[in-house]
Write a protein that binds this ligand. Structure first.
Ligand code: FES
Ligand code: MG
Length: 566
């Protein structure tokens, strides 16, 4: 039963006085007693001038408010921090846990019976779910939705797979200054999140598949009227959740729904970041993402969604092809259909809504997949005892089994300084290695794993090389790129021991990544390793450094994982 304004009354003397004070202050904003005497629905306001992806958040808040009021609830929007990929230094990942803490504590502190989480840009939805899961009240996600596509000289463009591709052409001298300026105005033509299958789209699809948002909510384009109607419906659903007293995220985040999310992640050719965020979300309810299980799912679940960067299309096309419900229908044999949803039913209800769109080619049938196996594989080997990830769906097939000479960069800065040096000794067969770019090392595990092809090779037409690191990579990128090497080099992982000239063997079929150097030599090198840089002494940097977990545990802070003791 909704507690409304009475929730958590403890602070000022007796409970009656605390409620009296709350009423006195909220009435200062013009509310009547009648308005206050109903389920209160919090709505996170993550609009920010620094977050163009959330540019439609104000309209969505209005739509959610309308839905809440039509169902007899009282909507209360409140701000939390907002994180945009391009405007968060040193990385958005560095701030994800801060946003999760902000969301958790504000949801807990303020009186609300349910919360609507409006977010979308890469780190925001995982942060919000992590926070809401720990706060423990009913929550429903409203993604801001993907941008519509851009056009340039007859070509369809999307942020930010084409950002990288076209910038690569600019670096190789094929696109001049004037044209690249024009292109910068066409890559992201509307508000909303990147419209390829990057991290934002990946998370929105996984969240819908976990029943944390309404059917279709992942793919409706941000500027469409339908997006607002979905917001309104979410507001209504939140009131129902408040009245029923659930489900809270913990009830939705089950072993079955996590498996469903992993299945969808493989089938959409999703962002490798999805795996890190899923591990962090699972950790908040005392569950684990098993990398072996994820790999096993990838061996039997094909890539069905034909979106960039693994395929050809964009999120609006996924929506017009039937969206996530249609995809779930195609994935039916691989899913746990009893998984619960925000609507109080099960995932089976989402599938029932699925619409057949004649002639569409974006969501492939199981009988004719885009790729026979899933988008990602988990590697093991003496270079990555805690695992590493490769998105082989977006890699060059001929490089998936490759042995080459290591060319090592000691940090992101070292790489930036030297990668384009005409004197750098490097050939297309070499393996580029980046270290000290993990959760603690960089800090914040930047998306530096997409190491640029050295300029002199790019100019010769080299488009891909094997690149390995303890960093992450944007979901919008492509290439033969091994990421999330765990443990990272900054905590003494074997990556710290690699030297330029060593041989490294990648074998994706066998799921191996090995440094071909004998153990005695590695032990000798281990004794010589110096920690990369002094630990920060104060502030958030210290908290982050001291408590961030490794990639396989989602890079959450160690004290935030797990459940509260009752
Ligand atoms: Fe916000 Fe890509 S920058 S989703
Ligand atoms: Mg991204």
């Amino acid at each position: 039963m909704a507690k409304g304004l009475r929730k958590g009354l403890t602070s000022y003397g007796d409970a009656g006085f605390s409620l009296f004070l709350r009423k006195a202050f909220i009435k200062a904003a013009g509310y009547s007693d009648d308005a206050l005497d109903r389920p209160i629905i919090g709505i996170t306001d993550t609009a920010s001038d620094f977050n163009p992806c959330h540019g439609n958040a104000p309209q969505l808040i209005e739509a959610v408010r309308r839905g809440v009021m039509l169902s007899g609830g009282l909507p209360m929007a409140f701000p939390t921090i907002s994180i945009h990929e391009s405007f968060a230094h040193p990385t958005s990942m560095y701030l994800r846990n801060l946003m999760a803490m902000d969301t958790e504590e504000m949801v807990r502190a303020q009186p609300m019976d349910a919360v609507v989480l409006i977010g979308g840009c890469d780190k925001t939805l995982p942060a919000q779910i992590m926070g809401a899961a720990s706060a423990g009240i009913p929550a429903i996600v409203v993604p801001v939705g993907p941008m519509v596509v851009g056009h340039h000289r007859g070509e369809v463009l999307g942020a930010c797979t084409d950002c990288r591709r076209l910038w690569g052409q600019h670096r190789a001298g094929k696109i001049d200054e004037a044209e690249i300026e024009v292109i910068s105005g066409r890559l992201a033509p509307s508000v909303g999140t990147c419209m390829v299958m990057g991290t934002a789209s990946t998370m929105a699809c996984m969240i819908e598949a976990m029943g944390l948002s309404l059917p279709y909510s992942a793919a409706i384009p941000a500027p469409h009227a339908e997006r607002l109607r979905s917001g309104e419906a979410s507001g209504r659903a939140a009131v129902e959740m408040a009245r029923r007293g659930g489900p809270a995220p913990k009830a939705l985040l089950t072993a079955g729904s996590l498996r469903n999310a992993m299945t969808v992640l493989q089938a959409i050719g999703g962002s490798t970041n999805g795996l890190v965020h899923l591990a962090a979300i699972a950790g908040r309810v005392g569950l684990k993402v098993d990398l072996e299980e994820f790999d096993e799912i990838g061996r039997r679940v094909p890539v069905l969604v034909d979106l960039k960067p693994s395929g050809d299309h964009y999120m609006e096309h996924l929506h017009h092809a039937g969206g996530v419900p249609r995809l779930l229908q195609e994935l039916e044999p691989h899913l746990d259909l009893d998984a619960p949803t925000v609507l109080g039913g099960t995932l089976a209800d989402y599938l029932k809504l699925a619409e057949e769109v004649p002639g569409q080619t974006v969501i492939r049938p199981r009988s004719a997949p885009l790729k026979e196996t899933g988008g990602m594989a988990v590697l093991r080997g003496n270079l990555c005892p805690g695992g590493a990830v490769i998105k082989h769906a977006a890699a060059t097939a001929s490089l998936l089994q490759h042995t080459g000479r290591a060319v090592v960069f000691d940090s992101v800065e070292d790489m930036t300084n030297r990668v384009d040096d005409p004197d750098l000794e490097v050939s297309a067969e070499d393996v580029l290695v980046l270290r000290n770019a993990g959760p603690k090392g960089a800090p914040g595990m930047p998306e530096a794993g997409y190491l640029p092809i050295p300029r002199k090779l790019a100019q010769q037409g080299v488009k891909d090389m094997v690149r390995i690191s303890d960093a992450r990579m944007s979901g919008t990128a492509f290439g033969t790129i091994v990421l999330h090497i765990t443990p990272e080099s900054a905590v003494g992982g074997p990556l710290a021991l690699v030297r330029t000239g060593d041989r490294i063997a990648l074998d994706v079929e066998r799921r191996r990544l090995d440094l071909l150097v004998d153990e005695a030599e590695l032990a000798r090198r281990a004794a010589e390793v110096v920690p990369p840089r002094p630990a920060p002494k104060r502030g958030y940097a210290k908290l982050f450094h001291d408590t961030v977990l490794q990639a396989d545990q989602g890079c959450d802070f160690d004290f935030l994982a797990g459940e509260d003791e009752e």
